[in-house]
Design a protein around this ligand. Structure first.
Ligand code: PMP
Length: 305
């Protein structure tokens, strides 16, 4: 993994090698940290790096922090500024992934959320493709259930909760699948291990509502807008049953890492014709242009470094 030379740690930019936490740190011991995952895309013609929707990413991160009763002292704008400073320090000229986190920074034992100091940190890595078969993923229904809002909020990116995603991902990969679909405790399809899901049924694009234990994805939000405004599709946010997936015409997963990944088979059953469908194809092309700052109408989603 190609890691950044510098990181943001304890209030300033430092060499990555100096950005170290103590083994007695609360966030490490109890998973009491929240994180974000953002991408930056290099535009070769313009010789510029574009960060995709950082305001929305930091807004969600600050919401996640609130769910863990954190007092951060940052707002979206100050986090964007600090990101730009960090990216300029290492002069990135390629596709990247950024990982900002807030964590409970006190040292010692004692499981709780209150009366603890909250710190912020961020590092960067060079981008590596996330899902290998992103035009023809074969996914399975996981035997694991998605964490529930009354267990650990799925709408927050809580570090400790990603043990759930890791169980889902590892079992799916070891069984030979690219990814998994996860049911919530009501038996509805919630999302993948680290991505939201969409299906096309009778020409209507359907995705689970934010009340079905999903992360409120930035890619999901972007795709809903593009499908409605650019493809003229009806998009409905409603619960999805397991067997609806089998009879859908198209299916895809969305995420900062996964971008728009076409799902063409679920548990050995072909979705639609068993190849990437026209709606997924159009959305992928449009999305790729937007990410690289090549679409004027959606330029405002990007922040140039
Ligand atoms: N669900 C989960 C559980 C995730 O970890 C992610 C990745 N952040 C997503 C969905 C997709 O969200 P986004 O589009 O904001 O990356």
């Amino acid at each position: 993994m190609d890691l950044s030379k510098h990181a943001f740690f304890e209030g300033k930019i430092v060499p990555l090698a100096d950005a170290k936490i103590n083994i007695a740190t609360h966030g490490f011991l109890y998973g009491t940290a929240v994180f974000g995952g953002m991408r930056g895309y290099w535009n070769e013609e313009k010789k510029r790096l574009f960060v995709f929707r950082p305001y929305d990413h930091f807004r969600r991160l600050l919401h996640s922090a609130r769910m863990l009763a954190m007092q951060t002292g940052y707002d979206e704008e100050s986090l964007i500024q600090l990101t730009l400073d960090l990216l300029r320090t290492d002069n990135w000229q390629q596709d990247i992934y950024m990982r900002p986190s807030f964590y409970k920074a006190d040292l010692g034992i004692g499981v709780r959320l209150h009366d603890l100091k909250d710190e912020f940190c961020m590092f960067v890595i060079a981008y590596e493709p996330y899902v290998k078969n992103d035009t023809n993923a074969h996914v399975t229904f996981s035997s694991w259930r998605r964490i529930d809002d009354n267990v650990i909020p799925a709408r927050g990116k809580v570090s400790g909760a990603y043990a759930n995603s890791a169980l889902i991902k590892t079992d799916a990969n070891r069984a030979g699948f690219d990814e998994a679909l996860v049911l919530d405790n009501n038996g509805h399809v919630s999302e993948g291990s680290a991505m939201n899901i969409f299906m096309l049924r009778d020409g209507v694009l359907v995705t689970p509502p934010v009340t079905d234990n999903i992360l409120e994805g930035i890619t999901r939000k972007s795709v809903i807008e593009l499908a409605r405004n650019e493809l003229g599709l009806t998009v409905v946010e409603r619960s999805i049953d397991r067997t609806e997936v089998f009879i859908s015409e198209e299916m895809f997963m969305t995420g900062t890492a996964a971008q728009i990944t076409a799902v063409t088979k679920v548990d050995h059953r072909p979705i639609g014709a068993g190849v990437m469908g026209p709606v997924t194809t159009k959305l992928r092309t449009m999305y790729e242009d937007i990410l690289r700052g090549k679409n004027k109408k959606y330029e405002h989603w990007n922040v140039a470094v």
